[in-house]
Design a protein around this ligand. Structure first.
Ligand code: ARG
Length: 458
């Protein structure tokens, strides 16, 4: 018999019950459900709404249930409508008088709204930690490559010299923003809707502030209809997860390119790559490809939530039960991807010489050549034009700016001197980019320290 069976003349159809049930996926919120109920019961007792004995039995019963679920001795009943009904029914089985009092002044609408917030808050903490571990690996690898010259690209065309450290640290910045975003979202996640009731609060003298404080939440929600029907925080969170995946996906794309024979900037550790069933020579970057693939899935999850919510009238609608599977999937994918990707980066081999070779081809010091002329008194646009002509000459004669004879340089501008070779050496190009945010080894080292301090601060 369902807890709500009172007004019904028939038992629910078996298939409808299965169709309606969310237990198979919301059972993962058992801890949060119990945490919320414990706080609610404490408040009910403090307010004199339930008696001390009921409070004690409810607390004991809920703690026992938690313990038994954790130990695997209490199994979820697949016929239960959801985790909230399951736990309440189980409690009532154990304490028939007190168990029935737990739901006083509460609806499943504010209960589920609370549980999901508690759940998201817990997950934010875990993902924050995973992002920090990822950044730690990036700084560890980067510090070894502050002098590893590689071409920086725009339009996937070699553009200007950077270092491998600089390239990796760009991702560290993205992940720092992801951390910041989660922290910001948490401000809106960790507020209590409990006390909103079904939609219009209740006539019991609830102390909503007390329950929120008991749970360590930042505040309560101030409109009960909003309290039960707001899923903005879940949408924000799912989108933050989609952004994390987008960052990982871009990184994956680069790892895939870098592993190719065309680039060969890196080699993945054998333990972090896979082979082919037919081509004996193959070593495939499956992790990176899967991460890239899974990013689509998480973006889809975020989109599903947004689309599911957009047409719902106030307040609670059952559609909202559909918020969980996508949100949980997005969380699971991010938590699956971050650690394995991090370890793949940690264990890869970096082929500095391949990066240096690539940097030597493609005229990535052309900007520096133009800057050289500018510093000798030419206007930048003139210097730019001359350098373009020099590049065309080099291409024609299969030369580079490093191997182009000085007399040819001089044919294009009298301002060129012997010191041009020093000025266009890739090491010089890098060293001279002293601007904050740039790739010069000295600036980079400081930045790596800054990022390390940031992730170990809190
Ligand atoms: N399983 C439901 C959900 O996930 C719980 C809330 C149901 N409330 C209701 N009045 N049917 O949204």
């Amino acid at each position: 018999m369902a807890l709500w069976a009172g007004r019904f003349l028939k038992e629910i159809n078996k298939d409808v019950n299965a169709f309606n049930s969310s237990l198979s996926f919301d059972c993962r919120m058992y801890k949060q459900d119990i945490r919320g109920s414990l706080a609610h019961a404490k408040m009910l007792c403090k307010q004199g709404i339930i008696d001390q004995q009921a409070y004690e039995e409810i607390t004991k019963g809920l703690n026992d249930i938690l313990h038994e679920i954790e130990e695997g001795t209490l199994l979820f009943d697949p016929n239960a409508e959801d985790i909230h009904m399951f736990i309440e029914a189980e409690l009532t089985k154990r304490y028939p008088v007190s168990g029935k009092k737990l739901h006083t002044g509460r609806s499943r609408n504010d209960q589920v709204a609370l549980d999901l917030r508690l759940y998201v808050h817990d997950e934010i903490k875990e993902i924050d930690q995973l992002l920090k571990e990822m950044i730690k690996v990036l700084t560890d690898v980067a510090i070894q490559h502050t002098e590893t010259i590689m071409p920086g690209y725009t339009h996937l065309q070699r553009a200007q010299p950077v270092t491998f450290a600089h390239h990796l640290m760009a991702y560290a910045e993205m992940f720092l923003r992801d951390i910041d975003r989660l922290k910001d979202i948490d401000k809106r996640v960790y507020v209590s809707p409990l006390g909103s009731g079904a939609l219009a609060t209740t006539t019991y003298p609830l102390d909503r502030q007390f329950t929120a404080e008991e749970l360590g939440m930042y505040d309560i929600m101030y409109n009960s209809m909003d309290g039960v029907s707001d899923r903005d925080y879940a949408i924000e969170f799912a989108n933050a997860l989609a952004l994390i995946m987008m960052h990982l996906s871009r990184f994956s794309e680069e790892v895939i390119l870098w592993c190719s024979w065309e680039f060969k900037f890196i080699d993945l550790d054998d333990a972090y790559a896979t082979g082919s069933s037919i081509m004996p020579q193959k070593k495939n970057p499956d992790i990176a490809e899967l991460v890239r693939g899974k990013s689509a899935r998480v973006i889809g999850d975020a989109t599903t939530l947004l689309t599911m919510m957009k047409g719902l009238p106030l307040a609670y609608n059952k559609d909202m039960q559909e918020d969980k599977e996508n949100l949980f999937d997005a969380i699971d994918q991010v938590k699956l991807c971050l650690p394995v990707f991090k370890d793949m980066i940690k264990t890869m081999t970096v082929h500095k010489e391949k990066m240096r070779e690539a940097a030597a081809r493609g005229f990535i010091n052309a900007t520096d050549c133009a800057d050289y002329l500018t510093k000798k008194g030419a206007a930048f646009r003139d210097a730019y034009k001359v350098t373009g002509q020099l590049v065309a000459y080099c291409i024609d004669h299969q030369l580079t700016l490093e191997t182009l004879p000085l007399d040819v340089y001089k044919q294009y501008s009298e301002k060129f001197d012997e010191d041009v070779y020093q000025a266009i050496a890739l090491e010089t190009c890098l060293k001279n980019r002293q601007v904050i945010g740039g790739p010069s080894p000295a600036v980079e080292k400081k930045n790596i320290e800054r990022v390390k301090a940031k992730v170990s601060a809190d």
